[in-house]
Design a protein around this ligand. Structure first.
Ligand code: ADP
Length: 255
């Protein structure tokens, strides 16, 4: 995979919720082409970090930059158009839509034309519609979802639903994918499939940052891991290095 330097940088980020400091001067940099793991005990600030990076929360102090731009105050929609995609700890699929439509919605989000433009450019719109359908079919095939295209996502096994969520996040070919506990609730075989999926995502040119409790998955996917505890970065290095760091052992024993 190409390494073109830093894609995501978090510099001295603090996030304060009233009396609680969920992030305390967090600094980290993720290179293009990396699969970075974010680990830490419950409540250590991992999801808050994702929310700050993706614009759902605004940092109380510090700066975030993505793809060379200062995105400290950018909104989620802007970041998504700039190539940042994420999944959530709890599934957020659209229940009224089929699997294929969930993918189409993600592909179609850059469309902001007004109605009169539709009327004027009818042939162009139809051609675009066909291109989107073809692209959705490609995405479904790539993630092994073709057989479920017309299904209601909520009728499918949990492991398949998680895969739909990743496929939807990847539909617009983001530069950075944030995965919040992608292995939660998956069985051993599904975790093995997930490892293959995340590798192929990285190999196709998308940088990945994942929050994960499953250390087996972190060990096999990540070259570098950042460990949070009480909102602070307490260790960073290879999975092997961090699991044997005394600060990390202490943080987990106290959990
Ligand atoms: P983790 O993902 O590592 O389990 P979180 O980032 O979810 O940790 O939470 C870190 C701390 O911030 C927790 O104490 C949590 O209760 C608090 N927190 C997270 N979001 C909010 C919020 N919107 N309002 C108040 N407190 C929050």
């Amino acid at each position: 995979a190409a390494r073109e330097g830093v894609l995501l940088s978090v510099a001295g980020v603090t996030k304060q919720f009233r009396g609680l400091r969920a992030l305390d001067e967090v600094t980290l940099a993720v290179d293009s082409g990396e699969i970075r793991g974010i680990v830490g005990p419950n409540g250590s600030g991992k999801t808050t970090l994702f929310n700050v990076i993706s614009g759902f929360y605004r940092a109380t102090a510090g700066a975030v930059s993505f793809a060379g731009a200062d995105t400290t105050t950018a909104r989620p929609y802007t970041l998504s158009l700039a190539g940042l995609a994420r999944t959530f700890q709890n599934l957020r699929l659209f229940g009224q839509l089929t699997v294929a439509e969930n993918i189409l919605v993600a592909l179609d989000r850059s469309r902001t034309r007004s109605l009169w433009q539709y009327a004027l450019w009818q042939p162009g719109v139809l051609a675009r519609e066909r291109r989107l359908r073809a692209r959705a079919d490609e995405v479904l095939a790539r993630y092994g979802l073709t057989d479920f295209a017309e299904a209601d996502p909520s009728s499918l096994p949990y492991g398949i639903q998680r895969r739909i969520e990743i496929a939807r996040a990847m539909a617009a070919r983001p530069r950075l994918l944030l995965l919040d506990e992608p292995a939660a609730g998956l069985n051993g075989e599904e975790v093995r499939q997930l490892i293959g999926i995340v590798r192929s995502i990285r190999d196709s040119g998308t940088t990945v940052v994942l929050i994960e409790h499953n250390m087996g998955l972190v060990m096999s996917l990540c070259e570098k891991v950042t460990v949070l505890s009480s909102g602070k970065v307490i260790a960073e290095g290879t999975p092997r290095e961090v699991v044997s760091a005394p600060e990390v052992i202490e943080a987990y024993l106290g959990d």
